[in-house]
Design a protein around this ligand. Structure first.
Ligand code: ADP
Ligand code: MG
Length: 370
């Protein structure tokens, strides 16, 4: 089947009164796209997939699959395959028979079935496991078979619910790259949900960021990383996420007073002032790698840069880089530097961030300014 578009319009799903697993979700997924839904546990990811699969129904709003309204269309008529975090295999069937199962149910001929089992097994690296029983497989092998089984019948939509989260790192990375190869071959619309951002960045052509049932942003990984539209996205994406410091800007006569993380910032030079937002209550965001440490220099305001002092409270060696944790009036921040740079705990250092590299968020709503 050709890949299908999926379109949510104003979809709300609540499992119990007063709580919303998904709230007025509108999202258009293109045919053949790889969309990753990223969000913490409980944000509504599984609910979203179950709605696409037809295992659950919305209370408000509509879902379209391909060119038709999906309401009233039962799961088996949606051309959707779904793989869960620990997908049960049919225990009484061999791996080969598991792979073949859904094709049999769809009346695909024996010769075609054998060919697809062979090619899928090769693609997933499970060719040597075909005669085994599910009980004889490791966790990673089992998830590979589950994924293979979901795609042998070439579904128009493939839904993956944290399928690799129980696997350890090298295994997971290997499976993710196999998934990309698989997707190139079968061309289904792919919706992967995960709470793991490295997985999301690796697989997604676009990322949809969910938080407490609300879609915060849906865009390319680059846009989500560089221009998060909400503080929730800024904090969630990145390891660690964006630094977010409270920042109040006051009118002070003809000048401005800027309080960043509990302490006054040296007043910006005249020419830089236009780069600050109008008086208000904000959060100032910047990535750990956007910061330069300029040692023990007195903070000042250079044109186009913000300089602030903070105290080093921790330093973690991460191979090529070092992640330095700092504190300013009780507010924590993190900076990534070259690992060779010494950075003694207890030292007070001056940090510098280019004004072009900062994001401003409205403190009350969490939304990005322009
Ligand atoms: P995620 O997959 O992101 O962890 P879910 O979609 O499973 O999130 O759940 C979203 C919210 O809905 C959670 O608060 C969860 O507790 C609630 N929820 C999900 N399924 C049910 C259910 N069958 N009954 C009651 N509450 C549910
Ligand atoms: Mg889930």
């Amino acid at each position: 089947m050709p890949p299908h578009a999926i379109e949510f319009t104003g979809v709300t799903r609540s499992h119990s009164p007063g709580t919303r697993a998904l709230e007025r979700l509108s999202l258009a997924i293109k045919p053949g796209e790889r969309l990753v839904v990223l969000g913490p546990s409980g944000s509504g990811k599984t609910t979203l997939l179950r709605l696409i699969a037809g295992l659950d129904v919305p209370q408000e709003g509509t879902i379209r699959i391909g060119d038709r309204d999906a309401s009233g269309v039962p799961p088996h008529q949606r051309d959707v395959a779904m793989v869960f975090q620990s997908q049960p295999l049919y225990p009484h069937l061999s791996v080969a028979a598991n792979l073949e199962f859904s094709m049999k149910a769809r009346g695909i001929r024996a010769r075609e079935r054998r060919e697809r089992v062979r090619s899928t097994a090769e693609l997933m690296g499970i060719g040597s496991l075909l005669e085994r029983w599910p009980s004889e497989l490791s966790g990673g092998e089992r998830q590979r078979v589950a994924l293979g089984r979901a795609v042998t019948r070439r579904p128009g939509i493939l839904l993956l619910d944290e399928p690799f989260s129980s696997l350890d790192e090298p295994l997971r990375a290997g499976l993710l790259s196999q998934l990309l190869t698989l997707h190139r071959q079968i061309g289904s619309t792919l919706v992967l949900v995960t709470h793991d951002q490295s997985e999301a960045l690796m697989v997604g052509e676009r990322l949809a960021i969910l938080d407490q049932g609300r879609l915060l942003q849906c865009d390319t990984p680059e846009a989500v990383y560089d221009r998060p539209v909400h503080r929730g996205v800024a904090a969630l994406v990145g390891s660690p996420g964006m630094n977010l410091l409270p920042c109040q800007i006051f009118e002070d006569g003809s000048s401005r007073r800027i309080v960043l993380a509990g302490r006054d910032l040296i007043r910006p030079a005249e020419r830089s002032r236009a780069m600050f937002p109008p008086p208000g209550d904000y959060e100032l965001g910047f990535r750990p790698e956007a910061v330069r440490m300029i040692g023990d220099l007195e903070p000042g305001i250079a044109d186009g840069r913000i300089q602030l002092e903070a105290r080093v409270v921790g330093s973690r060696y991460r191979g090529a880089t070092r992640l330095v944790e700092l504190e300013r009036e009780g507010h924590k921040l993190a900076v990534r530097i070259e690992s060779a740079d010494p950075c003694a705990v207890g030292r007070v250092v001056t940090l510098e961030v280019g004004i072009g590299e900062v994001s401003w968020f409205d403190r009350a709503t969490g939304h990005r300014l322009s």
